[in-house]
Design a protein around this ligand. Structure first.
Ligand code: SF4
Ligand code: SF4
Ligand code: FES
Length: 537
């Protein structure tokens, strides 16, 4: 492992690593455009120039391997002059339309000019004109004038999505980024080119002009779009309700996790967040009429207690969901399966969706494995269809459905019949659907970005989701509804929040043993492999 000196500090870096990587381990940031740790090295932008002693010319840090005894200066006058010259070239033909550029505020051209450039512009000639704001696929716009030809997007489509739509065409100042003839940028991972583009050349159609980025807040979470559980940052705005019809979530971005999604996420996960602000259930409803939480919880607990006494609990049914957190499923298990002896399942037949051998999984639930570890899915769990049939045959008096649209799964007629036959039919969920409109009580619940908790992804990794902001309108977190129902049923549980519930879960369910929110941290923890594959305790 060679030892070198960077800006007067010694560092040992693995054989084959580069100066930019060695500098990073010391916390020294070397500017970069074409270098991206998830892509091959191109070495074409030259912004990462550093001064290596005994070398007459400046070297590019991204493609210079470390060597024993090397002495590198990233901040001396020679290196800084070199970078200023590179920026002057890059900006010679750049339109400098930052005020109307959606990248403004998170643009590396702006940032590096401020941090490392700051020269007096000398370019007075007419700039080369290229195409602007061209929609090149369902999600991405291209502005060729802003492109600095770093080729990150080309390498992403060649190496990661392996779809190869992009190329760099022509020479000199006429060189431009574009699509090969007849191509569109329409692959399942197309949105990632927006992230890798260091400037405003590739921007997002959906997000464009919705908010200046400095108005955005960010919270870490995990995508609920499939069983992979890609790590994400939720970008939201709360204090501008006059914009975007009051929508709070404006975009999702992948959050680096070496073990789950690296730097990437799929388009379905990235762009499929509209439901968090649109079509939401916002009010408690009873038989189609707006109500409030107090009478709802009182009526539901009274009915549950009555039906429980009637038939030793087996006349109660619960169809839970793998969209719920482990903490919520644990409460459902404890309260309904344990105390009320209800029939409980999270095994609901949803048709498998699109999948590939990269990130996208056919199971579109984020927590199927968590439900399985709690025994609510998998071989030991009843199918939802069995519970629905039992209810139709009059063997169940009370049914609580968490989030699912049973009408879509089993047909509207059956659900209408359920509504007539059941003594109590509760639907709790985030969004309107046909089952909500057939149920006796509708309880509006928090979206996963509005609550804390954990999911277990398909590889057995337990990961935390985080509450970015409070639940919309009258909606409440499922865990808080369940704790209140338990309290009113004289089955008080000792926990006050998801963090405490998780500690209870970790004591009761073997694969989670010894874990806490602190240990899971921002990037998750792999559960014991053998345990992760089977239903437990
Ligand atoms: S569009 Fe962006 S990522 Fe692609 S080459 Fe141009 S600057 Fe680089
Ligand atoms: S692969 Fe799955 S978890 Fe990852 S972003 Fe897409 S839908 Fe979300
Ligand atoms: S980042 Fe090193 S040459 Fe582009």
């Amino acid at each position: 492992m060679p030892t070198l000196t960077i800006d007067g500090r010694q560092v040992s870096s693995p054989d084959g690593s580069t100066v930019i990587q060695a500098a990073e381990t010391l916390g020294i940031f070397v500017p970069r455009y074409c270098y991206h740790p998830g892509l091959s090295i191109a070495g074409n932008c030259r912004i990462c120039l550093v001064d290596v002693e005994k070398n007459p010319k400046l070297q590019i840090a991204c493609n210079t391997p470390v060597a024993e005894g090397m002495v590198v200066h990233t901040k001396n006058a020679k290196a800084e002059d070199g970078r200023r010259a590179v920026l002057e070239f890059l900006l010679a033909n750049h339109p400098l339309d930052c005020p109307v550029c959606d990248q403004s505020g998170e643009c590396e051209l702006q940032n590096f000019y401020m941090n490392f450039g700051l020269y007096d512009p000398r370019f007075r000639e007419q700039k080369v004109k290229k195409k602007k704001a061209v929609l090149i696929g369902p999600h991405v716009l291209l502005d060729q004038e802003r492109c600095i030809l770093c080729s990150r997007c080309v390498r992403f489509t060649d190496e990661i999505s392996k779809t190869g739509e992009f190329g760099i065409f022509n020479r000199g100042d006429r060189a431009e980024l574009g699509l090969y003839p007849g191509q569109r940028l329409d692959n399942p991972y197309s949105g990632n080119v927006i992230d890798v583009c260091p400037v405003g050349a590739l921007t997002e159609q959906d997000f464009r002009f919705k908010a200046r980025v400095w108005y955005l807040s960010s919270a870490p979470s995990v995508c609920n779009g499939c069983a992979q559980g890609c790590n994400i940052d939720v970008h939201y705005v709360l204090d501008r309700p006059h914009l975007n019809d009051g929508a709070r979530v404006l975009r999702l971005k992948p959050r680096y996790n070496a073990d789950v999604n690296q730097w990437w996420m799929c388009d379905e996960g990235r762009f499929g967040f509209g439901w968090m602000d649109h079509g939401r259930l916002t009010k408690v409803r009873h038989q189609g009429v707006d109500s409030t939480w107090e009478p709802a919880v009182a009526a539901i607990t009274t009915a549950l207690a009555k039906f429980h006494q009637n038939g030793t609990g087996s006349r109660l049914g619960v169809i839970a969901s793998s969209q719920l957190t482990n903490e919520e499923l644990f409460l459902i298990r404890d309260l309904f399966q344990g105390a009320l002896r209800a029939r409980v399942t999270a095994s609901v037949p949803t048709p498998p969706g699109y999948s590939d051998d990269f990130l996208i999984k056919a199971d579109k639930n984020p927590n199927t494995l968590g439900a399985r570890l709690l025994g609510l899915d998998g071989p030991s769990a009843q199918e939802a269809a069995v519970i629905v049939d039992a209810a139709l045959q009059g063997q169940i008096d009370a049914l609580w459905v968490f989030g699912h649209d049973l009408a879509k799964l089993f047909g509207d007629e059956k659900i209408e019949e359920l509504s007539r036959k059941l003594g109590l039919f509760v639907f709790s969920g985030t969004n309107e659907n046909a089952t909500a409109s057939r149920s006796h009580w509708v309880l509006p619940t928090a979206a996963y970005v509005e609550k804390d908790g954990t999911f277990v992804n398909c590889h057995g990794r337990v990961q935390r989701i985080g509450r970015a902001f409070p639940p919309l309108s009258d909606s409440r977190e499922d865990w808080s509804i369940l704790l209140e129902i338990a309290r009113q049923l004289n089955h008080p549980l000792p926990w006050k929040n998801p963090k405490e519930i998780f500690l209870g879960l970790a004591q009761a369910v073997a694969p989670f043993a010894g874990l806490s929110y602190e240990q899971i941290g921002l990037h998750g923890v792999d559960l014991p492999t053998a345990a992760a594959g089977t239903a437990a305790s």
